[in-house]
Design a protein around this ligand. Structure first.
Ligand SMILES: O=C(O)CCC(=O)C(=O)O
Length: 391
């Protein structure tokens, strides 16, 4: 079985009133393939880029520090021939069993230096870097945490083998500058109740306008959901398997430079994919998550190789994202991927009425848990009002 290619529609321009109509026209394709790609071929037709926030030289940036090969922790010991977890041993809570999200505060100068050192080490060590190398390095046993039991019968994690992982820096989830005038970012002057007039062209041409016409356009501001965030990728930086908050659709636009590589699991394949994860996940981790795979996924630390799903009969989509591509993932579509080198992407969530059934399911599942609850009932009423007003 092979990855299926996500379908690509070539565009000669971004439609004046945003892309939501185009996206809606491809809903069936998104459901089948997990994602649909809109490629704005001509550079001069592409929307203007969102820009990184201005910063003073002294300002520190919050940078995610990853490794290549990645630290996997949540696969079953059985994968590497280890003993099964001992149920009598005291376990930590879920987050403590997963790789700690390493972060560093770096100035732009420090970051640039680290990124070039990292790229040089990676080039020296992995000349053949690409999709194949990435997939074979996910859950590489030489960088696997091994469980050890202390005298007090507690469990601790130590690194197995003699790993030589290289630090990789990912500047992700960055709020862009507000000057775009799309009124969706906190602090944007037009985010106030009485918005300052903004030239329509500026709005419509910007990738951030994607959700102005979707149900989320009527929602209050949820930073990173209906405001876009920027992702400054570096060689070998990755994003783990996850679904979007509130099971929303996502749209990621590659503004410039190196390719981003994506894997998608279409929504109908989700139960099968969850079964594969459940079977290969460390039982202790799963137990800490109350047996709920979505709880583990929510921590965004799952690094199963996409080929594992393929090998178990799950349909998996793949796409090599180029500059000018909008990758739109469907509701509740699991996706993961990595960056081939330095690049900048801008991503935002969106929701059409098809989202409602997912919103109900999501709120039922997460009702008692700490997460963002988008008041979908209110959005439904607002959407109905808009319709009644002929908008
Ligand atoms: O580019 C990234 O790191 C995250 C991509 C993603 O998951 C999305 O845009 O939905």
């Amino acid at each position: 079985m092979e990855f299926h290619a996500a379908p690509v529609t070539e565009l000669t321009s971004v439609p004046e009133f945003g892309m939501h109509c185009l996206i809606r026209s491809k809903i069936a394709s998104i459901r089948t393939f997990g994602a649909h790609v809109f490629r704005v071929v001509a550079p001069e037709r592409r929307p203007p880029s969102s820009r990184m926030p201005k910063r003073l030289t002294a300002n520190k940036l919050r940078v995610r520090v990853q490794t290549f090969p990645q630290y996997p922790t949540i696969v079953s010991d059985a994968i590497f021939g280890g003993p099964a977890a001992d149920p009598s041993v005291k376990r930590k809570e879920l987050r403590a069993q997963l790789p700690s999200e390493r972060e560093k505060q770096l100035s732009a100068t420090e970051l640039n230096k680290k990124v070039s050192e990292s790229a040089a080490s990676l080039r020296a060590e992995y000349k053949d870097f690409g999709v194949k190398r990435f997939l074979s390095s996910v859950n590489d046993p030489s960088v696997t945490w091994v469980r050890q039991v202390t005298a007090a019968r507690n469990e601790k994690m130590v690194m197995g083998g003699e790993p030589r992982p290289i630090d990789v820096y990912y500047l992700s989830d960055m709020s862009p500058r507000n000057e775009d005038g799309c009124s969706r970012s906190l602090g944007d002057p037009s985010c106030t109740a009485i918005a300052a007039p903004v030239p329509p062209r500026e709005r419509f041409e910007n990738p951030r306008t994607l959700n102005h016409h979707t149900m989320l356009g009527a929602a209050s501001t949820y930073e990173g959901i209906n405001t876009n965030l920027l992702y400054a990728g570096t060689r070998e930086s990755h994003f783990s398997w996850h679904v979007e908050d509130s099971l929303l659709q996502s749209s990621s636009y590659l503004q410039k430079d190196s390719n981003k590589f994506w894997f998608f699991i279409p929504a109908p394949e989700r139960p099968r994919a969850e079964r594969v994860m459940r079977e290969h996940m460390d039982p202790a981790v799963l137990a800490a998550a109350g047996g709920d795979v979505s709880e583990v996924l929510a921590v965004k630390a799952c690094l199963f190789p996409a080929t594992l799903f393929l090998a178990h009969g799950v349909r998996v989509g793949f796409h090599t994202m180029e500059t000018g591509d909008f990758v739109v993932t469907g509701y509740r579509v699991l996706h993961s991927g990595f960056n081939g080198g330095p690049n900048i992407a801008s991503a935002v969530n969106l929701a059409c009425t098809g989202w409602l059934s997912y919103a109900i399911e999501h709120s039922t599942h997460w009702r008692t848990k700490l997460t963002i609850h988008i008041p979908f009932e209110k959005l439904l009423v607002l959407a109905a009002q808009k319709l009644a007003d002929g908008e």
